[in-house]
Design a protein around this ligand. Structure first.
Ligand SMILES: C[S@@+](CC[C@H](N)C(=O)[O-])C[C@H]1O[C@@H](n2cnc3c(N)ncnc32)[C@H](O)[C@@H]1O
Length: 268
């Protein structure tokens, strides 16, 4: 996959951002995911393994097969898992839409921050469903940039986030997908769909979230589309710089930050 067709790209900074996101949010997003001994779990779109380490830690006796379209990301994920000392993860380069696995060969599916980048999210879920045994589960975690707000909030700060939403939509993705997880899973044929919103609330009394979420996850993600936003003429440089500065101001004492992730669980 080329950087051109994936909004966040594959830079070192993005690798660090995904790791900060996963580590900061691990309890919020993963505390209720554990797979039984002997089960086979397919993680699709593992990226550089930022979530994989938490999956491997939470389900030490399950076998996790982690797949991504990007070879360099899979190699980075392999290194991360090896360095962390986990031996229960296998890696493969592959496309969600054309995976080389037998039908019904997995007990569980895990997809995190991937559906938002796909033009055909329902079709991806349908194809993944075929790989799942009857009664097996899917866990899908996505954000929703429309759920972000901060204090103090300015029109310029809101505009920078709208640029990210707009750019991702132009690339065929949907950064507002969290709110659509339930209908997407139902449409793809999954049953017993349950979606649990997971809100991140940040103020100065939670310094680890100020750094790990507000600055290094969310603002870093918005800053990542600066050049695209300017070259597309979505915003002028002065408004952009003020919007980003205003977001940083909301990470200072007296400021607050809110964002909601959506975690879905469903069965085949
Ligand atoms: C935002 S990253 C998330 C990575 C990881 N799940 C995490 O949370 O850190 C999205 C990942 O999805 C991968 N991806 C996008 N489309 C894909 C496809 N069709 N098949 C497999 N992986 C894909 C990208 O290469 C990228 O690594």
């Amino acid at each position: 996959m080329s950087d051109a067709c994936y909004v966040h790209g594959y830079s070192q900074r993005e690798k660090e951002r995904l790791a900060d996101q996963a580590d900061t949010l691990s309890r919020l997003l993963h505390h209720d995911t554990a797979y039984p001994a002997g089960s086979r779990v397919l993680e699709c779109g593992c990226g550089t393994g930022a979530q994989t380490v938490h999956l491997a830690a939470g389900s030490p006796q399950a076998t996790i097969v982690s797949v991504d379209l990007s070879r360099s990301s899979v190699e980075a994920a392999q290194t991360r898992i090896r360095t962390a000392g986990y031996t229960n993860v296998e890696f493969q380069v592959g496309d969600i839409f054309n995976l080389p696995f037998e039908e019904q060969s997995f007990d569980h599916l895990f997809v995190c921050f991937v559906l938002e980048h796909l033009t055909e999210a329902v079709e991806a879920l349908r194809r993944l469903r075929r790989l799942l045994r009857a009664g097996g589960s899917i866990t899908a975690i996505e954000g929703d940039h429309g759920s972000w707000y901060c204090h103090p909030q300015t029109p310029q700060a809101s505009r920078t986030v709208e640029c990210l939403i707009d750019i991702q939509a132009r690339m065929g993705g949907d950064s507002l997908i969290g709110r659509r997880l339930y209908p997407l899973l139902v449409e793809a044929g999954f049953e017993s769909v349950r979606v649990s919103p997971r809100m991140v609330y940040v103020d100065a009394s939670r310094p680890e979230l100020v750094e790990g979420f507000s600055k290094k996850t969310f603002i870093a993600m918005v800053e990542g589309v600066r050049d695209q936003a300017l070259s597309l003429g979505l915003i002028d440089p002065v408004t952009w710089e003020k919007g980003i500065a205003d977001m940083y101001r909301a990470t200072e004492p007296g400021g607050t930050f809110c964002y909601t992730f959506f975690k879905a669980h469903a069965l085949k």
